[in-house]
Design a protein around this ligand. Structure first.
Ligand SMILES: [Zn+2]
Length: 300
């Protein structure tokens, strides 16, 4: 499955570009429709795709190539007939498919984009990014379930799942390695994102193997720390066993070490889950005044 998905993100766009450049379109309408369908497909994978798995920087290659391809593809318009063989079944079918694809991918892309807008911006709390020395990618983040699966669960509606990228722009060495150490973020030190009090600290669960179906460890958060700061409870979850350095009741300052990133609790691979909640409702978090979404990067 992961290889199939990888092909969609890394190879399929090349076929679509080839299609736009080389197909003998029967009419201007057909070319423009196919061009729009490719545009919507690229928007869909750009916004919804988890690029940290494949290569974050490839995400930007496709739009850049699309601009060049569009120049050559659209240049062919004047040479094509205005009207196609409107009665031909194959032609009608291809126009129908084109319209369907534009609507389908367009709808998903717009849905994803809607999650970039934070309606409750004034309620966001500003935190200090809790990790250093690296490039961090957001696997889940934003205000729509299509880019942040937590969004459907009120207390975690603005949660972030954060990965770290290696020099290849990938979150691991390989597509889905089974070794924890192959994930760049595994063992990365975690620092307090705010000054406040530790209201809960747990360090009793073992790491689970990556890419296994999440098991029930008794605590979905696994080893975790909850801080009370800025009027909210800030949760940092899935920490590495034996690394939690703070205790309940302790006061911490921004930048104090809390522990390390691990893979405990309800998780499929090493990542930092962070969310803030108040009275059972998720509170948006900003880092450096940015509300982050899937595929956002933080260079720290
Ligand atoms: Zn999460």
């Amino acid at each position: 499955m992961i290889w199939f998905q990888a092909a969609i993100y890394t190879i399929l766009p090349l076929f679509l570009f080839y299609h736009l450049l080389k197909t003998d379109f029967a009419s201007r309408k057909q070319l423009i429709l196919d061009w729009l369908a490719v545009l919507m497909f690229l928007a869909f994978i750009f916004i919804i795709g988890p690029w940290h798995i494949y290569n974050h920087y490839l995400r930007w290659l496709w739009p850049a190539l699309f601009i060049i391809v569009s120049f050559f593809a659209l240049k062919r318009i004047p040479k094509l007939p205005m009207k196609g063989p409107e009665k031909d079944k194959g032609y009608k079918f291809s126009i129908g498919i084109g319209i369907g694809l534009v609507l389908y991918f367009g709808f998903i892309a717009v849905n994803g984009l809607s999650g970039y807008i934070l309606a409750e911006r004034d309620q966001a709390i500003e935190l200090t990014f809790p990790m250093e020395n690296g490039v961090y990618a957001f696997g889940h983040g934003g205000a729509d379930p299509s880019i942040n699966y937590h969004n459907e669960y009120l207390p975690q509606q603005y949660a972030y799942d954060i990965l770290q990228l290696n020099s290849w722009g990938m979150r691991a060495s390989g597509l889905s390695p089974t070794n924890l150490e192959d994930y760049k973020i595994y063992g990365t030190p975690l620092y307090s994102p705010c000054s406040g009090e530790v209201v809960h600290a747990v360090d009793e669960y073992k790491d689970i193997a990556p890419q296994e179906s999440p098991n029930e460890q008794g605590s979905p958060a696994g080893n975790h720390v909850i801080l009370s700061c800025k009027g909210a409870d800030v949760h940092l979850s899935h920490m590495k066993p034996g690394t939690v350095e703070v205790e309940e009741g302790e006061e911490v300052n921004t930048g104090d070490r809390l522990g390390k990133v691990g893979n405990t609790g309800n998780t499929t691979e090493p990542h930092l889950h962070i969310h803030a909640e108040k009275d059972g409702e998720g509170v948006p978090i900003t880092f450096n005044d940015r509300f982050l979404k899937r595929n956002s990067l933080v260079f720290n």
